[in-house]
Design a protein around this ligand. Structure first.
Ligand SMILES: [Zn+2]
Length: 532
């Protein structure tokens, strides 16, 4: 049987841009659109031309996307004609392949928010769809609050959907705007709508307020809808939108869907979905969710020794899909619970081959256990684990020594009489016979130390120019009678690789220093820097 086509509509640049703290530049938007196009989504909703200068500029850019670039905006205002509505005119004039109008479909909102009549709202839908069709655009209608509206007045909600479809809208999109509808309700209501409008003209736009936006999208698909709207990493206001990064692998890898449906994402592109997800986080300058399904660092991580040995024999015993299919990898965590099989597998992944009876293996395991007892957590710090293993197996070159560092925090009045806090660090480094002294000011003591440390490493400087700290996490632990600080630092470099290092000490600066040093040394090893 031929498979049915399901269309993916990405709204990261429009609904995702509503997220608190997200502020895309034009360059960000163009970069995200390129990633989405390479991934193979069918529609890229890019924003509100005419209503927002960056969005207007986006639509003015030349482009070569395969995906349909979609402009978003309201249907004509009540009481106006389509030719006398500047907002509508900007949308119609924008260089877009498709236009997605948003309209009320809940009679209560029509009266209270729009302050107009049910009939005028229907006329606005019809007129706007016709005007966009006349401009040669593909038209979509987002029915706002469709599910709540349908529960309150099914006849009117359906009338809005049918008005758009009858006048030539390619898609009628049912929006769970508040995100409170449950999967069984979505499946029932979408099923009823599909009796009136063919399912291959119905889309679903789910929000994640009960953490079921992905489930709601699939419920709509099962009931007949053939377009799914969502965002990368579920970005979106409040609790976010349906997460396409979870939806795409499920559609591609779960036989219930993959045997019945085709999407525009190829198997090759699926293998890049983890990279796309992390690239968006990088762009937003936020740490990736380790526990994200399919793409998170922990998505295919196993801790207990007994599971690890089974995984090595037959991965399918513990993995629901192959990690490589989505561009992720299997991780067997080395931790205080781990057995030798985890350790061997992890060493193998790093590229250190050790005989399973090598006595150094027991020493390494002991060392990991002792350090974890005082607060280290190697399962969260892959690069520090690798360094520990390499040191015990005698494979870390000597690059440089930090002979001394000094960090100073001063709170004082500046020339304008304002109270300011200034952090300064001085680092004395020995590289071979060369003694280098660097000083830096930072926004805090750790930042100052980092800047001073990486300012001048002599002949090693060129190896670390692409090194960047992407996340810094601090936790106070109670180990024995005194509190200790655990610092985790996530770093990245020009190749896009991420790694995490750890430091533990009663002193936060000292803990940070350990993690910073591990990150630099890891980068030097990775870059093939020679010993001094
Ligand atoms: Zn939305």
């Amino acid at each position: 049987m031929p498979r049915e086509r399901v269309y993916l509509f990405d709204t990261t640049l429009r609904d995702g841009a509503q997220t608190n703290g997200v502020d895309f530049t034009l360059a960000d938007k163009l970069a995200i659109a390129r990633m989405l196009d390479a991934l193979g989504v069918d529609y890229i909703e890019a924003g509100y031309p005419g209503a927002n200068p960056i969005d207007t500029a986006f639509f003015a850019e030349p482009r070569s996307a395969q995906a349909k670039i979609t402009a978003f905006g309201m249907t004509r205002r009540p009481g106006r004609s389509t030719s006398n509505d500047p907002g509508l005119a900007a949308i119609l004039e924008a260089n877009a392949d498709a236009i997605c109008f948003v309209a009320k479909s809940w009679d209560y909102h029509v009266r209270v928010a729009l302050e107009t009549t049910d009939e005028e709202n229907l006329a606005s839908i019809r007129d706007s769809v016709r005007a966009a069709k006349a401009k040669g655009r593909e038209v979509l209608l987002d029915c706002e609050h469709f599910f709540d509206g349908y529960k309150a007045n099914p006849g009117y909600a359906l009338a809005c959907a049918k008005a758009a479809y009858a006048d030539g809208a390619r898609w009628v999109v049912l929006c769970d705007t508040n995100g409170g509808t449950l999967p069984h309700e979505v499946e029932k209501i979408v099923g009823e709508v599909c009796k009136e409008i063919p399912g291959d003209h119905i889309g679903i736009h789910a929000h994640n307020d009960t953490e079921q936006a992905v489930a709601n999208s699939f419920a709509a698909l099962r009931a007949g809808a053939r377009q799914i709207q969502g965002t990368l990493n579920g970005l979106g206001e409040r609790c976010g939108n349906a997460n396409l990064v979870s939806i795409i692998p499920t559609l591609k890898l779960k036989p219930e869907f993959s045997e019945q449906f085709d999407i525009g994402v190829s198997d090759g592109a699926l293998g890049h979905v983890a990279r796309v997800s992390h690239a968006l986080d990088d762009l937003l300058n936020r740490a990736s969710d380790r526990h994200a399904p399919y793409v998170g660092e922990s998505a295919f991580a196993t801790k207990a020794g007994i599971h690890a040995s089974a995984i090595l024999k037959e991965p399918k015993t513990y993995e629901h899909v192959a990690p490589e299919s989505v561009g992720n990898k299997r991780r067997l965590l080395v931790s205080d619970q781990s057995g030798r099989s985890n350790l061997l597998a992890e060493l193998d992944r790093i590229g250190l081959s050790v005989d399973k009876d090598d006595p150094r293996l027991s020493r390494l395991l002991e060392e990991v256990k002792e350090r974890e007892a005082i607060g280290y957590a190697y399962e969260a710090a892959d690069a520090s684990f690798e360094l520990l293993a390499r040191r015990l197996l005698d494979k870390v070159p000597r690059y440089f020594d930090v002979e001394k560092f000094d960090v100073n925090v001063e709170r004082r009045l500046n020339a304008n009489g304002e109270r300011v806090t200034v952090s300064q660090a001085v680092v004395k480094v020995k590289v071979g016979d060369e003694l280098l002294i660097s000083a830096a000011e930072g926004i805090g003591p750790v930042n100052a130390l980092d800047l001073a440390l990486r300012k001048d490493l002599g002949k090693y400087q060129s190896y670390i120019t692409g090194l960047e700290l992407t996340d810094y996490r601090v936790r106070i632990l109670n180990a024995g009678t005194e509190a200790v600080t655990r610092v985790l630092i996530e770093s990245a470099d020009e190749s896009g690789e991420h790694w995490t290092t750890i430091g533990v000490s009663p002193n936060i600066i000292d803990a940070s220093f350990q993690a910073l040093m591990d990150s630099i040394i890891y980068k030097l090893i990775k870059s093939g820097a020679p010993a001094s």
